[in-house]
Design a protein around this ligand. Sequence first.
Ligand code: FES
Length: 151
Amino acid sequence: MPAPHGLSIGYLAERTGLAVSAIRYYEAQGLLEPWRNAGGQRRFHRADIRRLSFIMIAQKFGFTLPEIREQLQSLPNKRTPTKDDWSRLSAGFRSHLDARIATLEKLRDDLDGCIGCGCLSLPTCALYNAEDRAAKKGQGPRYLMGDRPET
Ligand code: FES
């Protein structure tokens, strides 16, 4: 059950550093489930501070809101999530995070060379992506996205 009075959206904005409009947007996206008090005002759970912090961090890592929503769905919405609930979410999130970290490390290490984007503008492109062969694998910077040049 929610705390008797709950938190106002203004307090939540002040506490998290998010704009009220951003919190409303997350609510509209199904990431938060406030309730209405007798006066019809939105009221939030104290645990929503942590939920919003998780959303902010996950977005910084490049996760989309649908991906974040999927992760948050493992948390209970009728009671305050416990440490075990967050541990379960963390375990499920870890493999997604590892994959994202691997991509970021690759970006860091390979950004000065050919990334298979189709530009053919670096001298190395002629070696790694001759005649834009990466285009056969799909759109985008194929070698950064995990495809390897044909040998
Ligand atoms: S860097 Fe664009 S195709 Fe090589």
